[in-house]
Structure formats: C-alpha cells, structure tokens
Write a protein that binds this ligand. Sequence first.
Ligand code: TXA
Ligand code: MG
Length: 357
Amino acid sequence: MRTEIIKLDASDPDEEVLKRAGELIRKGELVAFPTETVYGLGGDALNPEAAKKIYSAKGRPSDNPLIVHIEEMEALESIAAEIPEAAVRAAGAFWPGPLTMIFKKTAKVPCETSGGLDTVAVRMPLHKAAAGLIRFAGGYIAAPSANASGRPSPTSAAHVIEDLQGRIPMILDGGDADIGLESTIVDFTEEIPVILRPGFINIEMLEEVLGEVRLDPGLIDAEANRGVRPKAPGMRYRHYAPKAPLFVVEGEEAAVISRIISLAGEAAAPGKRVGIIASESSAVLYAEKLEGMRPVITALGSRNEDLTVARKLFGALRDFDREEVDVIYSESFDTPHLGMAIMNRLLKAAGHQVITA
Ligand code: TXA
Ligand code: MG
C-alpha cells in the first residue's frame, strides 16, 4: 500500500486535508494523526472492520481495547452508559486534553473496539488537527498509539513512518508531540476513581478536582506486586523495550552518576557499545569521564523541566536501536510533576531491571 504523508500546521491545520483524511476514516480506512500526547492510528470507532484493521496494522493483540476519541461532549453521552458526576467534573477541568476516562459502554460501541470489555475508554484531545479530523470523520475515532505493537509510542511523524509506512494509506505530520507520553487513564466505573496509567494529568491535579483518587495496585510497585495484573490490558504487555538490555540506576544523584560511570567502564572494557540516558547536567560529565569509549549519551533535559524529559524519552529509546548499542544505563527521573509517568514508561522499557546506587 502506498502511504501518503501530508504535513500540517499544528496551530492552523488545513481543513481540506482534514476533510480528505476524515473521508478516508468514514470509508473504513486508517489515518495516523498527531495529538498533544503521542501520534494515534485512527479508524472509525463504530466500525468493527476498522478496529480489525487497526489491530492488524499494529500487530497488536485484539483483546487490547482502543481509546475512542471524541470532539464534543454530546458524543460521550451516546457511547457511555453512565457518566458519574466525578467524570463530568474531570471533563470540565481537563477536556479537551491528555486525559482518558473509562465508562460502562453502550451497545453503540462494537466489542471489536472495546477489546471485548463492557467498558469504553474515551478521550477528547486538545490538538487542533486531531479535533478537526474527528469532526470530519463523523465524531468517533478509535486510536491506539501509532506504533508497531511493543515499540515506544511515536512522538513524531518520522516514528510513525518507521513503523507503519506501507501498512496504512495516510499519515498526517503535525511535527513533534507537545507532551510525548500517552494520556493519563482514569477508571470511573469504580466508586473512587482509579488511575490505570499515569500521564501529564498527575494524581495531585486529579485529587484537586475529584477528592480521593486511587492508583491501580498493578501500577504502584510492579516489583513488589508481581502477582497483581494492571487493570488496563495494554499495561500488561511488554512495551517500549529497546533491543539492548536497559538498566535504571536509582539513588542519590552523585552516587548514580559514579555508578553509571563505573558500570559503563566495565561494559566498554570487553568492547561493548554503551548507551546512557542522562539529565542535561550529568551528560557532560559522562562525556568527559568516558571519553575514548564512544558511549552514546542522550541528554533528556533538566529535571526542573521534566516536560522536556517526557518529550524526548520515546525518541531516545528508538535512537538506541538505530545506534546498535549493547547495553543501556539510565538515570532515574523522579521529578515532582511528571516523575510518575516518566518512571512508569522507563521502568517498563527496562523490564524493571533496577540497580540501586
Ligand atoms: O495519549 C493517548 O492515550 C494515545 C493517543 C493516540 O490518544 N493513545 C494511546 O492508546 O495511548 P493505546 O491504545 O496505545 O493505549 C490505550 C491503553 C491501553 O493500555 C489499553 O489497554 C487501555 O488504554 N484501555 C483502553 N480501553 C480500556 C478499558 N475499557 N479498560 C481498561 N483499559 C483500557
Ligand atoms: Mg500504545
């Protein structure tokens, strides 16, 4: 299949392009499109055949439900069987934006879209191109992240091209994603809302609007809760993992830096190519101390600006595959706002291999 790639101005997307893309989706075809979190692979959420195409293009297990993207509140009423008052408040505070809410579904949502569950995940994205596309596509777009299953979510059109070129008819290129991590998922089918996947909308922001909020036990400490399955099916799968083994080094900053330097030295001695994920300030240190070993050092940004770290993380994981490193060591990023979301992705990519410095 030939894949048409069309550039869009994220702040003022061309309506004609969105209309054409929307028509493709109405016809049951797939279009990859930018959102403020990551790129999505969109199909008509009310068409079971489109859902099947999505699973097959991604190579994704079909029991992993898709998020339905909407553009106006009325759309929610026709796909959610019950909309609790807390969800209305959350929508008021965070929609359109990087928040996905889980509801009991109506019969309008085919079980191909909901992965066989009786619930549906719904998000109203903020990105102008995404909102326009949803409108022209008829109001309901099912979209997982537009990566091949198991790879990091795409934060640029280049990532989508890498994974899906030739498998879908159209990719809309809206530049780099603003947030770079997938939306926060909150389950509103429980008495007290439960966070199933951490994201830009963090627990403090949710508590401010909702009062008590819980964390899915499968999330809290994947190591300690080995037996607890995360409630979001997609959180159970191996994800994001680069080809080389990745280790996250935790501890006090100075100790982490010196531990990574010694680990990198040990690995490089027999000729291994080492990758390092660092903050902006320590990247320079590694370059100095490990000069001559040709490590691949990726500076994600400063811990004070954790949005930069979030934006760069998935791209960095993809870059290590291209650089063909043999082992990767990463600093940890327990920052106040995005730390939980960043560490959730990073630890998953590392298969929870943690070294304490
Ligand atoms: O930011 C995002 O959410 C992006 C953009 C494109 O909107 N989408 C995204 O979709 O990350 P995906 O399919 O990669 O991740 C959706 C997650 C999966 O872990 C899935 O299992 C979970 O949401 N999920 C979907 N429907 C669910 C449901 N009814 N109950 C529990 N988890 C659900
Ligand atoms: Mg995904």
